[in-house]
Design a protein around this ligand. Structure first.
Ligand SMILES: [Zn+2]
Length: 331
């Protein structure tokens, strides 16, 4: 399994842009240095000449040892002169070196290891991020944050429940905030349950935003949208795209699926959903599931085995209150 060609191309472009920027910036710093300290330009020229002379000596063959030794000495003394000049002018000694985002591969995306070229971690991260971005294209990710969540919409009256919606939702809010703050790829999974309009989507998007900011890969999808997409790809024999999408869903650091149980259910969608969840549970990767259904309704929709396997691995949160979208802001 792999990413799509487009994803690879985008990741390569991204890393190449980083390299270009690091090297252009270094070039600008070098020109600035030369303008300020003309001797630095001479030293750099002489260093290049040493390098060329050394290469020539090697190509010429014969006993180049003495000559190479002399060139090495000269080059070291030039380097030390340049360092002294930089220090004297309060500049870092690596002032003219490119500042690569990834020092391991110098922003090439690949590293040599045991005579093999392997994909660098930075390239793997770029691939995962781009694949997630593609899936998140239709999500309102930027609209919901913890700051825009308003607890004043929840009543302080204790009605049928033993706690007021305000108290319950305050607890859930704090829990979600600390979940996002302490998130790791081994965090637990969550199940947000409750009627429409109680803030499940808002809080799960707030978690997503916080976690994306920290550099994790997050995919947020609604169950009906993603399942109908997978089904379409499957039945139009676009297996590669189907498998790429599934891979992103199972491999991202956090997968959030909204509106579980409202999708058009078929043996295909149930199997696809179970497969995605099971793969994540087995590899210990967190999920956040949102549903308007009760546990027994979920059992009817899927199966008891499915529900106990998936739901059993989640911390459950019951959202209570009145649809906040129908209430005007009280304060
Ligand atoms: Zn790298």
């Amino acid at each position: 399994m792999g990413y799509s060609k487009e994803t690879y191309q985008k990741a390569k472009d991204l890393i190449f842009q980083r390299k270009l920027k690091a090297e252009n910036d270094a070039e600008i710093r070098q020109q600035r240095l030369f303008a300020k300290i003309p001797r630095a330009k001479e030293i750099t020229k002489e260093l290049t000449a040493c390098g060329t002379a050394a290469a020539r000596a090697v190509v010429k063959g014969g006993n180049a040892k003495d000559e190479l030794e002399k060139l090495k000495e000269k080059s070291l003394s030039l380097q030390s002169e340049l360092h002294s000049l930089l220090v004297l002018n309060n500049l870092p000694t690596d002032y003219t070196e490119p500042k690569y985002v990834c020092k391991k591969c110098r922003d090439s995306g690949y590293i040599e290891q045991n005579n093999k070229t392997i994909t660098c971690e930075c390239m793997k991260k770029a691939l995962a991020d781009i694949a997630c971005e593609e899936l998140n294209k239709t999500s309102p990710l930027t609209l919901s944050t913890f700051d825009t969540f308003n607890l004043d919409y929840y009543s302080m009256d204790v009605e049928n429940n033993s706690v007021s919606p305000y108290t319950r939702m305050s607890k859930i809010f704090s829990f979600c905030k600390s979940y996002a703050n302490s998130f790791t790829t081994e965090s637990g999974s969550l199940l947000m349950r409750g009627a429409t309009g109680l803030g499940k989507t808002h809080l799960s998007l707030a978690i997503a935003n916080e976690i994306i900011r920290k550099g994790f890969s997050v995919v947020y999808v609604s169950a009906p949208a993603i399942l109908s997409k997978l089904e379409k790809l499957h039945f139009s024999s676009k297996y590669e795209e189907e498998s790429n999408t599934e891979q992103t869903l199972t491999e991202c650091d956090l997968l959030i699926i909204d509106d579980i149980g409202t999708e058009f259910s078929s043996p295909f969608t149930v199997a696809a959903l179970y497969n995605i969840f099971n793969t994540r549970i087995l590899s210990g990767k967190p999920l956040i599931l949102n549903t308007n259904l009760t546990i027994s309704e979920l059992e009817k929709e899927y199966s008891q085995r499915f529900v106990s396997r998936v739901i059993g691995s989640c911390t459950k949160m019951d959202f209570i209150g009145k649809d906040v979208r129908s209430i005007r802001r009280k304060v």
